[in-house]
Design a protein around this ligand. Structure first.
Ligand code: NAD
Length: 488
């Protein structure tokens, strides 16, 4: 089967029971291209309660056989799906780019690759995710099985629309759950297009379904009485609502991957060029729309002036990489839409009003589309909005510090706890600081990165639970203890 989808033939229907169908809600999503604001489509399905019920019913029907499928068979389907994603990387990335604005080389290829890799990685776990057994000398053999939960769902954001599918769907399906995907209303096309590949890979009907929609669709999923788990990536405010809806409905299990305001602490004894390279890349990748971007940069006073000079130059160079996401050589695209553009500009404007000093950037680029210069504030008030809140754009704050004690206190004085970075050539200091950070992930002489094999997620209000590695499989299963009376 060939892949029929492109920006000239957009998928606009939901995918239930291995078929594309119209939504029963009759409501539609409207999408614009962030590079020039032009209309892409105003007739994309928005799934409502009846659609969610239909998907849940199909998933419940599919679950018993999927759960019992031989591990090698399930593995082969997942690997085939990964291969199909890889084969169609360009088309899938284009379907994201048209409404996200992320250039192919700098982001699109990476996140489609991440999705394919997640399917291969989790497929490899299927026959290795063993349970446990415990000594029987007390007369009882104890066996612990990893049991799937049943019908599960993933609600994903727009900033990594394909990568986040892999992080959720792959461990869910590998462990024998059925999975319903709810893409963001800002980036539905690449997700919807996967329906064709789901069918071709051989997933049985009802196992892997896609419901495009907005927050209302997400809320129906989060409060559904027969969905047993929701894995959510998005903002903290929505994450809190989802946890509440989950608790008020059927106490479904919840994994939350939420926002951040991650610190990078740069000590006098670091390799300066390395620190500048990582911190500048961290806040400009995907136009700063990255949950674990290092957006607070703290620099020790001995190298502060030199760092500022180089960081400013790096950000000015980044400004030259901003452009049309469809053009060769563009590394940084526009912000995702007008709402995000207005939000980020609001932060920049208010920031100049007594919160800090604008070092570089701050301006719109061009007069159409949602482009913004990479922006840095210095001398920021630590209590100010630009220092404390997640901006989710290419905007960082830089502050100098004297002592490790002082800067660890400031780094941790936040309710976020996703990522942190420390730059130093002193191994003892690096490990001490890494332990002292209150965050789910820490980079030493690097920052804002992730690996498929290690836990990904945040502490404090940045999240609940972890994705990636064995942690993702645990998040989609529950241990069942079987006790065998050996004297019977
Ligand atoms: P968002 O919370 O607005 O939306 C995320 C998803 O939730 C979308 O699919 C949306 O339709 C859905 N949703 C919205 N309201 C809902 C409701 N009431 N009930 C159920 N679902 C609802 O977030 P966003 O703007 O799409 O993404 C940006 C945020 O995501 C940032 O805060 C960013 O830091 C965070 N993020 C976190 C990670 C991570 O892994 N920690 C990764 C990417 C993005």
């Amino acid at each position: 089967m060939s892949f029929p989808w492109s920006t000239k033939n957009l998928p606009k229907q939901i995918f239930i029971n291995n078929e594309y169908v119209n939504s029963k809600s009759g409501k539609k999503l409207t999408l614009n291209n962030p590079k020039d604001g032009s209309l892409i489509a105003d007739d994309v399905a928005l799934a409502g309660a009846e659609d969610v019920d239909a998907a849940v019913a199909a998933a419940e029907k599919a679950f018993p056989a999927w759960k019992k499928m031989a591990p090698t068979e399930r593995r082969n389907i997942m690997n085939k799906f990964a291969e199909l994603i890889e084969t169609n990387t360009n088309a899938i990335a284009e379907l994201s780019r048209v409404s996200l604005g992320a250039p192919f080389k700098a982001f699109g290829a990476f996140e489609v690759g991440l999705c394919a890799e997640a399917f291969k990685y989790n497929a490899g776990w299927i026959d290795k995710f063993g349970g446990e057994s415990w000594p029987q000398e007390d007369g009882f053999l104890k066996i612990v099985r990893n049991e799937p939960l049943g019908v599960t769902a993933g609600i994903v954001p727009w900033n990594g629309p394909v990568g986040t599918i892999g992080l959720k769907a792959a461990p869910a399906l590998a462990t024998g759950n059925c999975f319903i995907l709810k893409p963001s209303e800002k980036t539905p096309f690449s997700s919807l297009a996967l329906g064709t590949l789901i069918k071709e890979a051989g997933f049985p009907p009802g196992v892997f379904q896609i419901l495009s929609g907005d927050g209302s669709t997400g809320a129906i999923i989060a409060s559904h009485m027969r969905i047993r788990k929701v894995s959510f990536t998005g903002s903290i405010s929505t994450g809190k609502k989802i946890q509440e809806m989950a608790a008020k409905s059927n106490l479904k299990r919840v994994t939350l991957e939420l926002g951040g305001k991650s610190p990078a602490v740069v000590f006098d004894d670091c390799n300066l060029d390395n620190a500048v390279m990582w911190t500048a890349n961290a806040i400009t990748a995907n136009t700063g729309q990255v949950c674990f971007a290092a957006s607070r940069v703290y620099v020790q006073e001995g190298i502060y002036d030199k760092f500022i000079e180089k960081y400013k130059e790096a950000m000015q160079n980044k400004a030259k990489e901003v452009g049309d996401p469809d053009a060769e050589g563009t590394n940084i695209g526009p912000l995702v839409d007008e709402a995000q553009f207005t939000r980020v500009r609001g932060f920049i404007e208010r920031g100049q009003n007594g919160q800090g000093k604008l070092l570089v950037g701050g301006q719109r680029i061009g007069d159409k589309g949602f482009y913004i210069e990479p922006t840095v504030f210095v001398d920021v008030d630590p209590k100010s909005e630009i220092h404390c809140e997640e901006i989710f754009g290419p905007v960082s704050v830089v502050k100098s510090f004297k002592t490790e004690e002082e800067i660890m206190k400031l780094s941790n004085e936040t309710n976020f706890g996703l990522m942190a970075g420390v730059f130093t050539q002193d191994i003892n200091k690096a490990l001490r600081v890494a332990s002292d950070f209150e965050s789910g992930m820490v980079g030493v002489n690097c920052v804002s990165l992730m690996f498929m094999v290690t836990p990904f997620g945040g502490s404090k209000e940045s999240g609940v639970g972890r994705e990636c590695g064995i942690h993702a499989l645990r998040a989609f299963t529950e241990p069942k203890t079987i006790m065998v009376n050996m004297s019977y």
